[in-house]
Each structure stands twice: as C-alpha cells, then as structure tokens.
Design a binder for this molecule. Structure first.
Ligand SMILES: NC(=O)c1ccc[n+]([C@@H]2O[C@H](COP(=O)([O-])OP(=O)(O)OC[C@H]3O[C@@H](n4cnc5c(N)ncnc54)[C@H](OP(=O)(O)O)[C@@H]3O)[C@@H](O)[C@H]2O)c1
Length: 238
C-alpha cells in the first residue's frame, strides 16, 4: 500500500455519514483534511478529533460559496489538494410525476453541478503537478435505474459520465480518477425516505452496507501504487 502521509485532501459532505468516515480514515493515515459541508458546528466538532483537519463551511449548490471555499482551501494548503473526494449528496424517492422542480434542481445541483465545480477548480493544478487523485462517490443508481429515482439517477448517471470523461482526459497525466459506487449504505440519508413498494405499501429496509465498507474501498483506491488507477469500484450487499 502506498503511504498517504503528508498529503492533503478535501472531503465534501464530511459532516456525517460516509464523508465523515472517509475524513477520519484519511486523517488516521496522516493526511491533512479540509472538512467541507454546510453544518459548521458538526465540522468543528469533527475537526477537534482529527489531527491536521479544518472545517470549511460551504453549500455546494452555490457557485459563489464554492469559489470562496476553493480560495480558502488553496490558501490553507498552499495550492490545490492532493486528493479530492466528491462525496456530498442528497437522496429522495418520488415518482416522476411527484418529483417537484425544486427537488429535481436541488438534486442535480448537489450531486452533479457541485462536484463538477470542485473537480474543475482543482484538476488543472493536479495536472501541472502530474499528481493527484479525484474520487467521486457515485451509487449503484449511476448505472441501474430504480423507480422513484428520477432526480437521483439523473444526477448520478451524469456524475458517472463526468468521471468517465475526466478519466479519459487525464490518462497519461499522472492524475488519477476513481468512481466508487455503493449500494444502500446505513446512514442518515435514508432518514427522510419513506420506503414503499410500487403499490405504496410499506417496505422493509433491506440489509445495507456499513459506511466503513465504502471507506475501505476509497482507501483501497487511494493507496494503490502510482501506476495503478482504479477506474471504478461497485459495492453491493452479499
Ligand atoms: N447511504 C447510501 O445508501 C448511499 C448509497 C450510494 C451512494 N451514496 C452516496 O454517498 C454520498 C454520501 O452519502 P451519505 O449516505 O453519507 O449521506 P448523509 O449521511 O446524508 O451525508 C451527506 C453529506 O452531504 C452533505 N451535503 C448535503 N448537501 C450539501 C450541500 N448542499 N452542500 C454541502 N454539503 C452537503 C451533508 O452535510 P450538511 O448537511 O452538513 O451540508 C452530509 O455531510 C452521497 O453522494 C450519496 O449519494 C449513499
């Protein structure tokens, strides 16, 4: 395993769930981590427990806030990070007819436009350094459609497309790009989701992955020898 010690990283959606787990694992490997999300109190609480980390309050649906966050991160690290983990995301379930314009737009902005703004901000400098790693957290829904997932799948399919274009454009530059696509994982993202079958009857929660399973996949991709790019990892429950 390649060592990450002394590297710098930005983890979006670090205030809880999978992102908080990735941030903690990276800090444990000696990485200085910018913890980014909207909930500043949670970020501050987490940063107190993770050596070398600092909070970056940012709503990634606002291009102006992303710009300010990028400037702050570049000031703190003296340039772009070595690692970007585009993890922040939202999820909701509604039939196409019941999906509001607001929810559709919010989902696209959070799960597709926001991650694009971050990778566009950092990829150029990574390319100049011939070193860097951009990890996108996708979903099984970035390749397979599920009923009720119009907004989420539109964003995640789009994010997979952006990842694949990026991967092709970065080939041979020394900069790596990885898409990690987990199945249902036990985090707060499910809290507001009413699980029903196609007839609207309550559905039992299926067994889920643990956030730590996704964290291990991210670390696996990041710690490969520099010649190895893990293009894509798809995680499903046994
Ligand atoms: N859990 C699953 O079943 C599952 C499965 C496949 C893929 N994923 C993907 O994994 C990623 C993490 O999900 P999770 O399960 O860990 O969800 P989670 O526990 O709900 O955490 C989501 C994170 O995203 C942040 N976030 C949401 N909107 C944001 C915004 N506008 N600006 C900045 N940060 C924002 C949240 O922070 P604040 O609220 O503080 O801003 C939070 O830290 C997402 O991309 C999700 O699509 C999850």
């Amino acid at each position: 395993m390649a060592s990450l010690r002394g590297s710098t990283a930005v983890v979006t959606g670090a205030s809880r769930g999978i992102g908080a787990g990735i941030a903690a694992a990276l800090a444990g490997e000696g990485v200085r981590v910018a913890l980014l999300a909207r909930n500043e109190a949670k970020l501050k609480e987490l940063s107190r427990t993770l050596d070398g980390s600092f909070p970056v309050k940012c709503d990634i649906t606002s291009a102006a806030e992303v710009e300010k966050a990028v400037e702050m991160i570049q000031r703190e690290f003296g340039g772009s990070p070595d690692i970007l983990v585009n993890n922040a995301g939202i999820f909701g379930v509604a039939s196409v007819e019941e999906t509001s314009t607001k929810f559709f737009v919010d989902t696209i902005n959070t799960n597709l436009v926001g991650p694009f703004l971050f990778l566009r901000s950092f990829a150029g400098e990574m390319r100049k350094r011939a070193k860097g790693h951009i990890v996108s957290i996708g979903s099984v829904a970035d390749r397979t459609i599920y009923t009720g997932n119009a907004a989420y799948s539109a964003a995640k399919f789009g994010m997979r497309a952006v990842h694949e274009v990026l991967r092709a454009e970065l080939r041979g530059t020394g900069v790596r790009a990885t898409l990690i696509s987990p199945a249902a994982t036990d985090t707060d993202i499910w809290e507001s989701v009413k699980l029903t079958d196609p007839l609207g009857r309550p559905h039992e929660k299926r067994p889920m992955l643990d956030p730590a399973d996704v964290v291990r996949a991210v670390l696996f991709a990041l710690t490969q020898p520099e010649r190895v790019n893990i293009d894509e990892l798809r995680l499903s429950h046994t």
